[in-house]
Design a protein around this ligand. Structure first.
Ligand SMILES: Nc1ncnc2c1ncn2[C@@H]1O[C@H](COP(=O)(O)OP(=O)(O)O)[C@@H](O)[C@H]1O
Ligand SMILES: [Mg+2]
Length: 272
């Protein structure tokens, strides 16, 4: 993992789609079996904002991302991305799952290239250049030809991140992407995520159940209550950027945010 804050040079210049706004208004959602997950849920994200969504297991985090990406449809209320109702095929959207979900028979490069094949205007050479550019950004240029089983869990998740970034999303939705990784790898990938975000400038919704990760990354931490309560509390994170593990996590204000959020999560768990 490189500690550099600069991107690798590449001939494949990123498109830099403008960051998207997100507006969720009065959303109601229940599963077909009647299980209610959101009653009257509203959330706004400004273009370029980094929001961490923090909440206990089962509170509806994955359901929320499935709704925001258009894979599930609210029973009422609206979800707008740049003012338009969300659809799963919107080019603005990028999605990183908890498990990397790579095709085991494709190399790292071809996994990143996979989504680009749908972009009909790109020839094979341009697809490969772009895929290589994003693999380089996540520090995996030298592993481009490796198959997923030859990569560590952290490297696989970086391929998955490169695959999402290669589509140059204006809104990046991440569902506990580093939860299965050891703490050191996770901290490194947190730093990497911020470096990429500061260069590419998307709007990011990052779901996690890890308080430190939520604080380290975000401009704003949104704490979800037990379903169908929705948002329990929001807290703005006013830590200086750029953030670095060795510096930021040691700040007194970081410890204060952690203490406050531990209290909030404890309230969430005890609120009937
Ligand atoms: N397909 C489904 N049908 C019915 N209930 C579901 C379904 N998927 C998830 N749930 C329930 O909805 C709630 C929220 O689930 P989920 O969004 O996966 O939570 P989280 O990601 O926060 O752990 C949980 O109580 C879960 O059991
Ligand atoms: Mg989940």
């Amino acid at each position: 993992m490189s500690s550099s804050n600069r991107l690798s040079p590449s001939s494949a210049t990123p498109h830099n789609r403008q960051a998207a706004s997100l507006s969720v208004e009065e959303m109601y959602f229940a599963y077909p079996n009647g299980h209610e997950v959101f009653h009257s849920f509203s959330l706004q994200a400004q273009p370029g904002e980094f929001i961490s969504l923090l909440g206990p297991s089962g509170c509806g985090k994955t359901t929320l991302l499935n709704l925001l990406s258009g894979f599930q449809t609210p029973l009422s209320g609206t979800i707008l991305i740049n003012g338009a109702p969300v659809r799963p095929e919107m080019p603005e959207l990028g999605y990183v799952f908890q498990s990397p979900q790579l095709f085991p028979w494709l190399s790292a490069l071809d996994n990143v290239r996979f989504g680009l094949r749908m972009q009909a205007q790109l020839g094979v050479k341009a697809q490969k250049d772009k895929a290589m550019h994003y693999l380089s950004l996540v520090g995996l240029a030298s592993s481009a030809d490796k198959l997923p089983y030859q990569l560590s869990g952290g490297m696989q998740q970086r391929v998955s991140l490169a695959r999402a970034l290669a589509l140059e999303p204006a809104l990046l939705l991440m569902d506990e992407p580093f939860a299965a990784l050891d703490a050191i790898t996770r901290n490194n990938l947190n730093e990497e995520t911020l470096r990429l975000w500061s260069e590419l400038g998307q709007t990011v919704l990052f779901i996690t159940h890890d308080i430190d990760e939520a604080i380290f990354l975000a401009d704003r931490v949104v704490v979800l209550g037990v379903a169908p309560q929705g948002i329990h509390e929001e807290i703005g994170i006013d830590l200086p950027r750029p953030r670095a593990n060795l510096h930021t996590r040691k700040l007194a204000s970081f410890a204060e945010y952690r203490a406050a959020l531990m209290g909030t999560i404890s309230d969430v768990m005890t609120t009937p």
